[in-house]
Ligand binder design. Structure first.
Ligand SMILES: Nc1ncnc2c1ncn2[C@@H]1O[C@H](COP(=O)(O)OP(=O)(O)OP(=O)(O)O)[C@@H](O)[C@H]1O
Length: 233
């Protein structure tokens, strides 16, 4: 059984169909990629899974339980962690306090210092978050999501603003987190990160799932090349 499952999700914004009957599964112990061109519906699907958008149709299951009717906070308490495309950290708080605030939200939250150590942020624990460069701020946001002991972790373009070295290390971290048993779901335009870190990749285009499979197969899929990977940048 998949740890996270979205079944037949449909979302409309006015007359626009942002997602049409989309299925997504993510297994514990794996990094699952969700890719596709701008406007394909990736963030919208994350919003449905995390409870920020109520779909017109479809269901979301977390660890075998139907959470479709639960709000974002209740889903977070049941083990759904998330980061955002636009950084959503508390700029006026220190890096450590960003993690503490998150941990307090969970009755069994993880101590901040262990996470900071693991993410290589211990040296900036007392620094105000808004003075941390974007690349490392992405790690602060990851740390905040980890503080609530997630079973599933949704990451929306986490490598954006990271340099090549930071992204390389980030990919290793994702592999380690999956090895710990998390279901990691990665929305990302950095194809090197996706292809290196993901066990399985789903491809959305114009609100429809056009391919799913291991990275090697996705890289060679004609429909994916046509809609996304083969497009001139
Ligand atoms: N709140 C909203 N109101 C109206 N339309 C929206 C809203 N949010 C998203 N959309 C539309 O839904 C579609 C899917 O957008 P979404 O942000 O999910 O795509 P995406 O795949 O995450 O794109 P990107 O890679 O650029 O982040 C787009 O056509 C977008 O314009």
């Amino acid at each position: 059984m998949a740890l996270l499952e979205a079944r037949a999700v449909t979302v409309r914004f006015g007359g626009n169909v942002a997602l049409a009957d989309v299925d997504l599964t993510a297994e514990a112990g794996q990094v699952t990629g969700l890719i596709g061109p701008n406007g394909a519906g990736k963030t919208t699907l994350f919003n449905v899974v995390s409870g920020l958008i109520r779909p017109k149709a479809g269901r979301v299951l977390l660890d075998g339980r139907d959470v479709t009717r639960l709000g974002p906070a209740a889903r977070a308490r049941r083990g759904l962690g998330r980061t955002f495309q636009r950084l959503e950290i508390f700029g006026h708080l220190s890096v450590r306090d960003n993690l503490r605030v998150a941990a307090e939200f969970h009755r069994d939250g993880l101590p901040a210092d262990g996470i900071l150590e693991r993410l290589g942020l211990a040296d900036i624990a007392d620094v105000r978050a808004d003075s941390v460069p974007t690349g490392r701020a992405r790690l602060v946001e990851l740390g905040r999501a980890l503080a609530v002991r997630p079973k599933a972790l949704l990451l929306d373009e986490p490598a954006s603003g990271q340099d090549e070295h930071e992204t390389g290390r980030f990919g290793e971290l994702l592999t380690e987190l999956a090895a710990d048993g998390l279901a990691v779901v990665l929305v990302e335009h950095d194809m090197r990160l996706v292809m290196e870190a993901c066990d399985v990749v789903h491809v959305l285009d114009l609100g429809r799932l056009i391919a799913s499979g291991p990275p090697d197969r996705i890289r060679a899929d004609a429909a994916v090349l046509d809609a996304y990977l083969g497009a001139p940048s």
